[in-house]
Design a protein around this ligand. Sequence first.
Ligand code: 4VN
Length: 317
Amino acid sequence: MVRSDRRFARITAVSHATPARIVTNDDLSALMDTSDEWIRSRTGICARRLAADDVKTSDLALEVAEKLLAKSGLSADKLDFILVATITPDSQMPSTAARVQTKIGATNAFAYDLSAACSGFVFALATADKFIASGAYRCGIVIGAETLSKVIDWSDRSTAVLFGDGAGGVLLEASADMPFVQAEKLRTDGSRADSLTAGPDKLQMDGRAIFDFAVRDVPKNISETLTLGQLTADNIDYFVLHQANSRILDKMAQKLHTSREKFPQNMDRYGNTSAASIPLLLSELTETGTLKLDGSQTVLLCGFGGGLTWGSLIITL
Ligand code: 4VN
């Protein structure tokens, strides 16, 4: 450990990786009693990517890590840590992060997985920020990666149509310029755990309970986080929320009295990818130039899901 004076983290690269196979709502309606109209109108999802049988979560995470290094020009041995947020690790041991660590040759990095379901990337990014802000470490990779298709109950049409596979991640580096996290508030309520579970049995969700949770607890958490940062919704350029359901984003915009345009979405093409959804969206928004990584934008990230877990992070991008 070398103490650093440059204590503020910042995101210096963003990337994503998705399996090649696109499965549309129409494709699913050939396999189960559902329809494009039902899925699209209730969730905003039109298609999802599904990994081939031999593609593991670590394969998607590895592709993200390689792209981050290529984009930044940083060599792997400069990395201090690799965090992978996932609820679909390749194995209980070793971690998905350890697999990535050796494959990219990050010989000086420690690596571990973090389990906080759909909030996993937000929880991991909050953790990584503290590693750098403490001065203990200079740079690391934070990835959200999932192959949910392996834990979906394909005989349950109410959940099977909602989820997809994918990965996204960021490179965080110490930078003296300005604070990275303006405010954060992470939450867990294990007493409501049973409404969304996976492993050792397949994924099961009480859709009504989770929908109600997302509409009640999440906007409250976003408001509280804004207050902590002495900010209002007007100060936020984009609300990058977990991509579970477009109707949830409609409700968030209403409850926060702010424009729906500030809530970008890509669940139409990827479905709900749990811990991967937020970094996957961040990566696409960076590619299109909507997000700039030049310190000019304030973005609120918010994850919510199994645990129950939820939480917001207001960051300078
Ligand atoms: C957050 C949410 C969801 C979620 C919950 C319910 C739901 C997504 C139920 C009603 C159904 C349409 C689909 Cl809000 C899941 C997670 C887990 O990542 C997090 N969709 N639906 C209908 O309209 O009948």
